[in-house]
Each structure stands twice: as C-alpha cells, then as structure tokens.
Design a protein around this ligand. Sequence first.
Ligand code: HEC
Length: 213
Amino acid sequence: MSTLLKIMLLGCLSISAFAEEAKLENIQVATDKPALARGAEDWMNNCHTCHTMKYVKYSDLLSLGIDKAKVDGWRGEASVDTPLIAQMSDADAMATFARVPPDLSLMAQARDGGPNYMYSYLIGYYLKPDGTTGNHIFPETKMPDPLGISSVAGAAQRTEMQNTAKSITSFLTWAADPHTTDRTRLGYYVIGYLIVLSGLLYVVKKQIWSRLK
Ligand code: HEC
C-alpha cells in the first residue's frame, strides 16, 4: 500500500474517532431546587427499581423541597436517614442482567463527558430492524431502555422524554456534587476579600513610599 494511501486511511480513522466523541449531546443542567426536586421524583419513578444511590438519603429529598407525604410514601418503614437502596436485589439483577446495576451517587461525574454522557446515554436508545433496542452511546449495554425513548410515538413525546432525561441528569449531577452552590458562594467571598486586601495593601504601600521620598 502506498504511503499516501496509508496516511489517507489513518486520516479517515481519526475522523471517525472524532465523530464517535461528537455524538454526546451538550446540555445545561438545572441547579434550582424545584428542577432538582422534579429530577429526584423522575429518578424515583424510573431508575430506583434497579439502581442504588448510597450517598443520597431520604432526608436529602426533603431538603430539595419534595412533599413530606411523598417521601414518606417512598421510604415506608425506613428512617429518613436511610440511603436510597435499589428495590431489586443484587441476586435478582444478576439473574436478569448478568450484572448488578451500578450505584448512581457519583455516576454523573464518573464517566468522560459527565452530565452530557448521562443524558446522551439515556436518550441514546433506538429500535433496530430486528425489533431489539440498541444504544448509540453504549452499544453493548445490558440496561433496558428505562424511559422507553426507543418506542416514542412522535416529536412531542420525544421532547417530553428528553426533558425527563434532562431533569434526571440534573438531579444526578447535583447528587454527585451537592456542595457546588456553597462553593460558588465561598468563591465570591474569597474574591471580595482579595479585592479589599489589595486596596489596603495599595494604601499602605503609598504611605511607606511617601515617607521614603
Ligand atoms: C430494569 C433495570 C434498570 C433500570 C430501571 C435502570 N437501569 Fe441503569 N443500569 C441497569 C443495568 C443492568 C446497568 C448495567 C449496564 C451494563 O453495564 O451493561 C445499568 C447501568 C447504568 C449506568 C452506567 C452506564 C455506564 O457507563 O456504565 C447509568 C448511568 C444508568 N444505568 C443510569 C440509569 C438511569 C438514570 C435510570 C433511570 C432513568 C436507569 N439507569 C434505570 C439497569 C437499570
């Protein structure tokens, strides 16, 4: 094979590798409490059967402003300090999927692409010609299409599911780093402090230099 041909082939391969990466959708996750509460609720309804979030407790759901009666309904006899444990046992999951669904507490940060990966994976299901489902982002995944997006009836329903996927992704992103808001506030304090400190140092410097002149 001529060198030129090899170079051209390599070029095509790297372009297709880029195309692979470019498939992730870009989303802006919500950070306000009402949106996070909605996401938590969507998560309870669509994901909690199979997935655990061991670092999120029922009390965290209350702190997002979810109705106490609703949270009480979900936790049943468990105390508010119990983490969200999957309803399906590990043994049943092994028997059904040949693997235990991973803990989702930190998952929104665990994969390359973060929230964009999470969202793209959830909406990445499609119907194959043979009637089974595939996934554009994680082709060999053992997870069955949780939102049912591979069998949507029309554009409106698809948009609705994309919104659900987005709100779940927002909740999972918050769960993976619930202190972002606190840290942003601390950042402003630190910057304000540095500005005041710079002003004071400037005044002190001027005084010292005026004495030296
Ligand atoms: C019927 C059970 C079931 C439900 C419901 C379910 N999952 Fe999964 N999930 C799985 C299984 C099984 C895996 C392991 C997939 C694999 O490794 O092939 C998995 C894996 C994942 C992963 C990890 C993917 C990776 O890159 O390794 C994420 C993220 C995820 N699920 C998110 C969700 C979200 C969000 C929901 C709710 C919208 C959800 N799942 C609902 C069974 C489920």
